[in-house]
Design a protein around this ligand. Structure first.
Ligand SMILES: [Zn+2]
Length: 151
């Protein structure tokens, strides 16, 4: 194994990667800028997994909102699906908040508004998630600078 220094693509912290010098890496300089540290890689995996679940629930809500049944049993079915999807959004947004706050090293901050906004604007879920995560990342900036000074 050979070690090489890299900079995490996401957090920009330096790290050391190991690779097998017998592996056919044609140009290591093209691979190094793509590497993430374990902390960032875990966060990206969780974010992608939870975003996919949110997208799935938002799609159910969109379909439910577009459905205008007249039969009482269908009205009940529609209400049950919308309620279930909204409940699911609450669970998944709590998981997203937990994963994001763990990544940003913040006290767990979950807001009902996060789930409500998604349920009310399911087609806007990519923007709502991005805005939420951007707000969290802004909360961490002063602390990140402090953290760097102590390293
Ligand atoms: Zn990183």
């Amino acid at each position: 194994m050979t070690s090489t220094a890299y900079t995490c693509k996401l957090c920009r912290r330096p790290g050391v990667a190991q690779y097998d010098e017998t592996a056919p890496i044609s140009d290591l300089s093209k691979w190094l800028p793509l590497l993430h540290c374990n902390h960032c890689a875990d966060w990206l995996e969780a974010k992608n997994r939870l975003t996919a679940k949110i997208a799935q629930l938002c799609r159910i809500i969109q379909v439910g909102q577009a459905w205008h049944p007249t039969k009482p049993e269908q009205v009940r079915e529609r209400t049950a699906k919308l309620t279930s999807a909204a409940d699911g959004l609450e669970v998944i947004t709590k998981a997203m908040a937990g994963a994001a706050c763990n990544y940003f090293k913040l006290t767990n901050v979950w807001e009902q508004d996060f789930a409500d906004l998604l349920a009310e604007n399911p087609a806007q879920h990519p923007r709502i998630i991005t805005d939420y995560l951007r707000r969290l990342s802004k909360m961490v900036k002063p602390r990140q600078d402090q953290f760097k000074e102590t390293l």
